[in-house]
Design a protein around this ligand. Structure first.
Ligand SMILES: [Zn+2]
Length: 277
């Protein structure tokens, strides 16, 4: 799933080629992905795109007095079509055509938690209302430094209402960089560990965004290996060489280094322990 770094860099690439171009038309290919009904997407045709920004895992196209938000979720991807196409490839959700500029095609490769989009008035935050602060907001730093959250840190980081933009991939990498157990709780961390968590959240996301800026075009189905330890179960830890372990849940896994993060302890595999009950 694309997270903050992929979406931040994508918003920059899209802004570069689309800013100042009028929206020529919207071709709706999959109707269930459009989450709003009040505004007809056709009403936006001819409006000049002010820019594209990211908030959490949403991209926000400014088309004053409207805005279009989209969320790629698990399997949503983006083609920047140069030259623009008029095909309707498998899985295509919507195509935004711009006058004298590339088209943007949103596609869906997933079956659950699908890509979605919203047509809103400029002042209407829609699904953004529920989001917590950005990782680079002071509010995130304050939350980590003073909060008493009792959920596992991995859950805390992935909850978009707590902090917006981090998913399971960068949650693994941030906790590895901070040398914290994915099952530790914010409430139990001392001040130094909290400071490290803030710093490593920033460092991991900044470095990943820098790497993403080398990508060209949209976001392909296979985005390549963007992670230090996520998806690297059983590989050697890049810091200490210990074999990376994981905890499996039904639809995801948490990867960690026992030497760097859990004092050598192997965490119980949730799926296995449930089967053994
Ligand atoms: Zn290690």
């Amino acid at each position: 799933m694309p997270e903050l770094p992929e979406l931040e860099a994508l918003s920059e690439r899209m802004t570069e080629v689309l800013e100042g171009h009028a929206l020529g038309g919207i071709d709706v290919h999959g109707f269930s992905a459009l989450k709003t009904f009040e505004i007809n997407p056709k009403d936006l045709e001819g409006i000049v795109l002010g820019g594209i920004s990211r908030r959490g895992k949403y991209l926000d196209m400014s088309l004053s007095p409207y805005r279009i938000l989209f969320h790629l979720s698990q399997g949503g991807r983006v083609d920047i079509e140069t030259p623009p196409k008029s095909t309707k490839p498998r899985g295509s959700v919507v195509r935004f055509r711009f006058d004298g500029a590339p088209s943007i095609l949103i596609k869906e490769f997933g079956t659950e938690r699908k890509a979605a989009w919203w047509v809103l008035r400029a002042g209407d935050d829609g699904p953004l209302e529920k989001l917590g602060p950005e990782p680079f907001d002071e509010a995130y730093e304050e939350l980590v430094m003073t909060g008493a959250d009792r959920r596992q840190l991995h859950t805390f980081l992935r909850d978009q209402r707590t902090v917006a933009g981090i998913g399971r991939g960068f949650a693994d990498d941030i906790l590895h960089a901070a040398m914290l157990s994915p099952l530790a709780k914010l409430a139990s961390l001392d001040e130094a560990a909290r400071r490290t968590l803030v710093e490593q959240t920033h460092k991991v996301l900044i470095e990943a965004t820098e790497r993403e800026r080398e990508r060209t075009g949209g976001l392909p189905a296979k985005m390549g290996d963007r992670f230090t330890i996520h998806n690297h179960y059983e590989d050697p830890c890049p810091r200490c060489g210990t074999k990376l372990e994981h905890v499996s849940y039904e639809s995801r896994e948490v990867v960690y280094c026992p030497a760097c993060q859990t004092g050598g302890k192997i965490l119980a595999d949730r799926r296995m322990s449930r089967l053994l009950k």
